[in-house]
Write a new protein. Structure first.
Length: 126
């Protein structure tokens, strides 16, 4: 059985998708842009500020299910420019501890609202 995850502590879905979905012992967090849910605006114009906001949004969605970043098993990071990898990675490292989740980082041509980063995650209740 699958269940939609909804929180006001992360940006609302702007299309036919859920902020997150719980299925069995897994939680799938949709790609999170660096949008501050309080203002609806980007958290900043640096890769560091945008990465932090995207990860804070992931964390807020996980929190609705009683999970935290330590429960994340897989992350996908979409970057507008791979030259921003080091800046993203520095902030990313502050959100996780060993054993680290599996991760892919992919450069894409464009992200919604011309964001610099979008981050999705899969967490396990196990």
């Amino acid at each position: 059985m699958k269940k939609a995850i909804v929180t006001e502590n992360a940006p609302g879905a702007i299309g036919p998708y859920s902020q997150g979905t719980q299925a069995g012992g897994l939680v799938f967090v949709s790609g999170q842009l660096p949008i501050d849910p309080k203002t609806g605006a980007f958290a900043g114009d640096t890769i560091e500020a945008q990465t932090e906001m995207s990860l804070r949004n992931v964390k807020a969605i996980l929190s609705e299910t009683g999970l935290d970043m330590k429960d994340v098993v897989k992350v996908t990071v979409f970057l507008k420019d791979m030259n921003n990898f080091a800046g993203m990675n520095g902030v990313y490292a502050s959100f996780f501890e060993a054993p680290f989740p599996a991760r892919a980082a992919i450069e894409v041509a464009r992200l919604p609202r011309d964001a610099m980063v979008e981050i999705e995650a899969i967490a396990s209740k196990a």
